[in-house]
Design a protein. Structure first.
Length: 478
């Protein structure tokens, strides 16, 4: 090989080597770019729903606040009871539910809107179109309506309620983090509002939220310091007037003002999760009283949060054995809110309780839109007619006919029927004529200490001072 040939071959080799190095460098750059793109996608995307995550939402919200476009609006949407679905039906079912919810919510949004999952059962929607606050309200209403239909996930039928908070914005006023906080506050206000599932932020909501946190903290201390008590309201037989059972009701005597009302502190405890501890305490106290009474059944109200806790039925069975009382002396009262989130799990728990011998009653019958459907799906031992229907007796003929139909419906399903909120002698007389089984209300006995309940159990104590003569009611109301 000549020197010239050797030089030429060396140059060709160097050129090939350079091309190889350049090619490898290009490939590495492309691979690095792909890795970066994949990393960016993973860091900004929720892995379950494939929606943008909280970081991406914050980025887009910041861009919208700094742009020349219209003022945006932000919605935070919480799935009420999603954690319970995860805890009772498993994370796989929970993930499938999230995907189905994301699809349904996306169908309510405009192509220019952005839906994100920001954690757990919480979503957010960013509206950047003109008149964003109005658009956000309209979109929230569409989402609320879309959530009314239950989701079928495998063998489970799951109903979800959406609590929606809206935070309007004004450029230059506050940063993205504050907008997110305001939307969260508005969402909590919607969650605590029994009538409105959609709320728009106002500064007064911050004060209300702080008050709720204070009440919850004080309530927890009250439980630890044994400051809570149970009172008992009798249920009397409409035929004989004899006290047949009693309902245990929680009271907070040391707390003055509206905050000490069960209608205020019980929902706060449900929101925070403290209701599980409160419920366990109430159940234990009621069983102690059952053991003392020996023959009078006592009913305990169980909140949806407590009822859905995994192993609730087992905990009831263990408490019955620990106190050594007959299961038939314990009655559990639940509202349709217990059943509405995930019917399958509720049905299994109910069946387990009834197999033990514990009676389960549907409370506040008639207040929910699906009470009738639950009577078809579940086997209750009794139903309690909401006091609103009893008040209708004072209005006219229609109220009486409606009550007559409800009582007949309960009897046709082999259930005992209780009328709540009986406040007058006339109401008691009408309900007796309509063949209602049990009566409960101020006309028959106010909630009081257990000792007062003992005093009312004698056969001479009929209807708290009312006695039956000749098929009607006579006597004075105490």
């Amino acid at each position: 090989m000549s020197v010239l040939s050797g030089i030429l071959l060396a140059n060709i080799s160097l050129a090939l080597l350079a091309a190889l190095i350049y090619w490898q460098g290009t490939m590495h750059a492309e691979q690095l770019r792909d890795v970066r793109l994949q990393f960016n996608k993973l860091s900004s995307t929720d892995p379950v729903t494939n929606l943008p995550n909280r970081a991406k939402l914050h980025e887009r919200l910041t861009e919208a606040l700094e742009s020349d476009g219209p003022d945006p609006a932000l919605m935070v949407i919480e799935l009420d009871g999603f954690k319970v679905v995860n805890d009772t039906l498993g994370h796989e079912t929970g993930d499938e539910l999230l995907k189905a919810v994301a699809m349904r919510m996306n169908s309510c949004l405009n192509d220019k809107d952005m839906l994100a999952r920001v954690g757990g059962g919480e979503f957010a929607a960013l509206i950047t179109r003109a008149d964003a606050e109005v658009r956000a309200t309209q979109t929230a209403q569409s989402i609320d309506e879309a959530m009314h239909a239950p989701f079928r996930i495998g063998e489970d039928v799951i109903s979800m309620k959406a609590n929606i908070g809206i935070a309007p914005t004004q450029k230059g006023e506050v940063p993205a983090t504050e907008i997110l906080r305001r939307a969260d506050v508005a969402m909590f206000a919607a969650k605590n509002d029994r009538l409105e599932a959609i709320r728009t932020y106002s500064p007064a909501m911050d004060e209300a939220l702080q008050l709720r946190r204070t009440i919850n903290s004080e309530l927890d201390r009250a439980l630890m310091n044994n400051e809570l008590t149970l009172v008992y309201q009798p249920l009397v037989c409409a035929r004989t007037g004899k006290v047949m059972s009693a309902e245990a009701l929680m009271r907070w005597p040391s707390k003055q003002g509206l905050a000490g009302s069960p209608g205020v502190f019980i929902p706060i405890a449900e929101e925070s999760g403290l209701i599980t501890k409160l419920g366990a305490w109430a159940l234990d106290q009621a069983m102690l009283e059952i053991k003392r009474q020996k023959t009078i059944p006592i009913a305990v109200n169980v909140s949806p949060v407590q009822f859905r806790v995994d192993g609730f039925a087992n905990s009831v069975e263990a408490a019955l054995e620990r106190h050594g009382i007959e299961p038939a002396l314990l009655h559990i009262e639940i509202t349709e809110g217990v059943l509405i989130s995930h019917t399958g799990e509720a049905q299994r728990t109910m069946n387990r309780l009834r197999q033990m011998g514990v009676q389960v009653l549907l409370d506040d019958f008639g207040t929910g839109y699906s009470s009738l459907s639950y009577l078809q799906q579940f086997q209750f031992d009794g139903l309690k007619i909401d006091r609103a229907f009893i008040q209708q007796l004072d209005i006219g003929h229609t109220g009486r006919e409606l009550l007559k139909s409800i009582i007949a419906l309960g009897h046709s399903l082999n259930m005992k029927v209780v009328a709540e909120g009986v406040e007058t002698e006339d109401q008691a007389a009408v309900l007796q004529l309509l063949s209602c089984d049990f009566l409960q209300g101020y006309a028959l006995g106010r909630p009081g200490a257990a000792d007062a309940l003992h005093a009312m159990t004698g056969p001479e104590e009929l209807l708290g001072g009312l006695t039956r003569k000749g098929g009607g009611w006579t006597g004075a109301i105490n």
